[in-house]
Design a protein around this ligand. Sequence first.
Ligand code: NAP
Length: 349
Amino acid sequence: MAINTRITLVRNVSSGAPTLEDFKAETVPTPTRDSLGNDEVLIRTLYLSCDPYMRGRLSGRTDSYVASFKPGMPVDGLGVGIVEASTSSELKEGDAVTGAGFKWETKFTAPAKNFTKVSSSGGVSLIDYLGVLGMPSFTAYVGTVTLCKAKAGETILVSAASGAVGQMVIQLAKARGLYVIGSAGSDEKVQHAKDLGADVAFNYKTVGDLDAAIKKAAPEGLDVYFDNVGGEFLDAALVNMKPYGRIAECGMISQYNATPENAHHIKNLMYVVMKKVTMYGFIVTDYYTTPVYPEFVQTVSAMLKDKKIQYKIDEVAGLENGPQALLGVLEGKNFGKRIIKVSDPPHRL
Ligand SMILES: NC(=O)c1ccc[n+]([C@@H]2O[C@H](COP(=O)([O-])OP(=O)(O)OC[C@H]3O[C@@H](n4cnc5c(N)ncnc54)[C@H](OP(=O)(O)O)[C@@H]3O)[C@@H](O)[C@H]2O)c1
C-alpha cells in the first residue's frame, strides 16, 4: 500500500512561540480514485505556502477571520498541486490547481470547488501562484495601490521589506514613482531591498534608535507606511508620519508569538489624531471578488512580461520539514517568500 505523509497539529498554542513538538508527522494510507465522492478531486501536492497568518490558526482562538487548526487534524493552507483523479466536470486528471484548501499531505482528496485551474504558460511557473502572482503579492497591491493610493513623489516606508509582501511593496511603489525606504532584519535582506529598488534600506536590528533611523531616511516624514510588523517599529513610524499620511495596517508579526507579559503596547497612537493619519486595517481575501483582483493580475503580469519584477522564493524541500519552515518565518529565518516543495511538478508544466 502506498504511504502518504501528513502533518497534523498536536495542540493549540495560544501565546508564546510554538515549537516542533506542537506538530506531528504521520503516515497514513494514500487516498485513491476509489475514495472520491461526487465532485471531488485527488490532488498530489507540489508546493505549500508558509504564511504568518497561520500563526493565528495555531492559536485556537475563535474570534478571527479564519478558523483555527484543530488538534489531530492536518494543517492546511495555500498550495499548488496536480489533479490525479477527479469526479468533477470542471477539473480533470493532469490539471494544475491552486487554492487555500491544501492539506499538508503528500496526496489528499477535497471538493473540486475549492480549487482553481492554473497553467505555467507565458513565462509563469506553477510556484509563481504562491509567489509573485499569489496572495502576499496581492496583499502588497491592495495595501499600497488600492488603500493607500501611493503616488509619484511621495515617500513610503515598508517593514519586513525583503519578505513575501515587502518585496512587492518596494517594486510596486518604485514603479509608481515613490521614494522607497525598506527595513529588514539582516544586512543581506537590506541589500536585497536595495537591489529591488529601495532608495534607502536599514537593518532595524542593528540601527539602534528606530525613530532616528526613520528620520534620517525620511527627514520630511512619511506619506505612507506599509506595516508588516507592528510593535515597537509601528510606534517609531507613527511619530514620523506626515499630516494626512496613510498606514496600510497589513500585519503585526512582531507580536504573533508575544505573551501577555511581553506584548508591546502602542504608545504613539495619539499621532493618528495629531497628524490626521488614516490607518487601513485589511484582509486580502476580501478583495479577490472585487475588480481589484483582475487589476492586480493585469498589472503584475505586464511587469513580469517586461521583466520589470523580481521575486525571491525561499524553497524548503520536504513536507516533513514543513513545521520547521513555518516556525522559521515567525523568527525571520526565511529570506523571500517561503514555500515547501512537496513533490516535483511534471516536466511539461
Ligand atoms: N492583511 C493581510 O491580508 C495579510 C496578507 C499576507 C500577509 N500579511 C502580513 O504581512 C506581514 C508579512 O507577511 P509575509 O508573508 O510577507 O512574511 P515574510 O515577510 O515573508 O516573513 C516574515 C518576516 O517578518 C519578519 N519578522 C519575523 N519576526 C519578527 C519580529 N519578531 N519582529 C519584526 N519582524 C519580524 C522577518 O523579517 P526580518 O528578518 O526582516 O525581520 C520575517 O522574515 C505579516 O505580518 C503577515 O501577517 C497580511
